[in-house]
Write a protein that binds this ligand. Structure first.
Ligand code: SAH
Length: 416
């Protein structure tokens, strides 16, 4: 797992330096760029970006995520969607939309649960929609979910790839959430928002300044941080007058995406589950890099390391503009406990025959749940239609309606 906070600045070599050369040319031609622009290039440059070329998720890569640690994680999330689908009156169709699916493991585990509970979902038409910018990861997802290599779709179609899951569910791939068809949808974003580009700001005696990336004049093939000499459009737009911190990170792209999800849920129904490490508008400098499971200097060898920043859940909540209700953030260990992880672990332990498997199960449980590992620093956050929690006419006739079921994960799971 990626450590929860703190940035190391160890020197790191590596990569063929093509992205660094491209960035240096750009910086020489037009001056320093924002951290957001640097991060976008380093992660998703179409030719040299980290996710486009490397995307090293898993034990042999640069960082490991909860779905890669244990199948139980995805299974419990699958149950969350079924429980919400039931609570919302079992609509006869839904789309499962995952943002940034990585290797596809999480969707694979969710679809296994949907298949095991096919008697419950039998009259429901389910389709899967994956939003992925990296062609390399898209291919890995296709192989994982369909069991084969999938051919790209014709250029005029909104989905760039489509296939059928091993359990017979249609799957579509897109580059942007805007391309996903409208309709009743359950959205999922696990370790997605932390990969989106952030702007960084520093309070100075002269007011707020934006942190920029420039060439180091002492070492022309190295990068360094500088402060903008005056305020920038971003300092004007993104810093709240009541801000008390001295250093702030803002991710406008996350704001735009969460707004789109909120609009879609308000209009078409469904829910969104966001899981990531983050804070509620309290942390300052969280920008960091990972390579081979170690902290990596964010400005060194761009394109060869994962870059990430904690998600500001208070900003996401604000950007929903109250179009939906929000729940959380709640700690991963509380969410998974509410979803019944202890019971699931007991069943798996009883069914496993050898001690190595039991040890592996206990170890992965500890990784997900222990506050020292991922239990405390990862959070769950949900968007739900207002009517999911309050009857629209409750104010008028409170006694005439049966109570609405609690939302699983944020409360204990009750499946009826
Ligand atoms: N959810 C997965 C992977 C997390 S890594 C897991 O938990 O294991 C981040 C994922 O988001 C990768 O699949 C990456 O390619 C994708 N990604 C990053 N930026 C993106 C963007 N702007 N649009 C769509 N996908 C993006």
């Amino acid at each position: 797992a990626r450590p929860c906070s703190g940035a190391g600045r160890q020197a790191a070599a590596g990569g063929d330096g093509a992205l660094l050369r491209h960035l240096c040319r750009k910086l020489r031609a037009s001056g320093p760029v924002t951290v957001a622009e640097y991060m976008r290039e380093a992660l998703t440059n179409p030719a040299q970006g980290y996710y486009t070329r490397r995307g090293g998720i898993g034990e042999s890569g640069d960082f490991i995520t909860s779905p890669e640690i244990s199948q139980v994680f995805g299974e419990l999330i699958g149950i969350w969607y079924i429980s919400e689908w039931m609570a919302m009156g079992k609509p006869n169709t839904f789309q499962l939309v995952e943002l940034g699916p990585g290797r596809g493991t999480l969707t694979e585990d969710i679809l296994r649960v949907f298949n095991q509970l096919s008697s419950v979902l039998s009259k429901c038409d389910v389709s899967v929609h994956l939003v992925e910018v990296s062609p390399k990861l898209g291919e890995i997802q296709a192989r994982m979910l369909t069991g084969r290599k999938v051919q790209p779709s014709p250029k005029d179609e909104s989905a760039y790839m489509k296939g059928i899951s091993k359990t017979g569910i249609p799957i579509f791939w897109y580059r942007d959430i805007q391309d996903v068809p409208s309709g009743y949808s359950f959205y999922l974003a696990h370790e997605f928002f932390d990969a989106l580009p952030i702007h960084k700001f520093q309070r100075t005696e002269k007011g707020w300044r934006e942190v920029l990336v420039d060439i180091d004049p002492e070492a022309p093939d190295q990068l360094r941080f500088v402060l903008s000499p005056s305020s920038t459009p971003a300092t004007e737009n993104f810093i709240q007058p009541e801000e008390t911190r001295d250093h702030v990170e803002v991710c406008p792209e996350a704001g735009v995406i969460i707004q789109r999800l909120a609009c879609r849920i308000e209009k078409d129904g469904g829910a969104a589950l966001v899981a990531d490490y983050g804070h509620d508008g309290t942390k300052t400098d969280t920008f960091r890099g990972f390579r081979n499971h170690k902290l990596h200097d964010v400005l060194s060898a761009p394109g060869t390391a994962d870059l990430t920043a904690d998600v500001d859940f208070s900003y996401l909540r604000k950007m929903t503009q109250e179009r939906t209700t929000t729940l959380g953030p709640i700690k991963q260990r509380e969410f998974l406990k509410n979803m019944g992880i202890d019971l699931r672990l007991q069943v798996l332990l009883q069914n496993s025959r050898d001690t190595a498997t039991c040890e592996q199960l206990l170890h992965s449980y500890d990784m997900l749940m222990n506050p020292e590992n991922m239990g405390d620093c990862f959070n769950f956050f949900a968007l739900l239609p207002h009517h999911r929690l309050v009857h629209p006419d409750k104010k008028d006739k409170p006694e005439s309606k049966s109570p609405l079921p609690p939302v699983a994960g944020f409360n204990e799971l009750l499946l009826k």
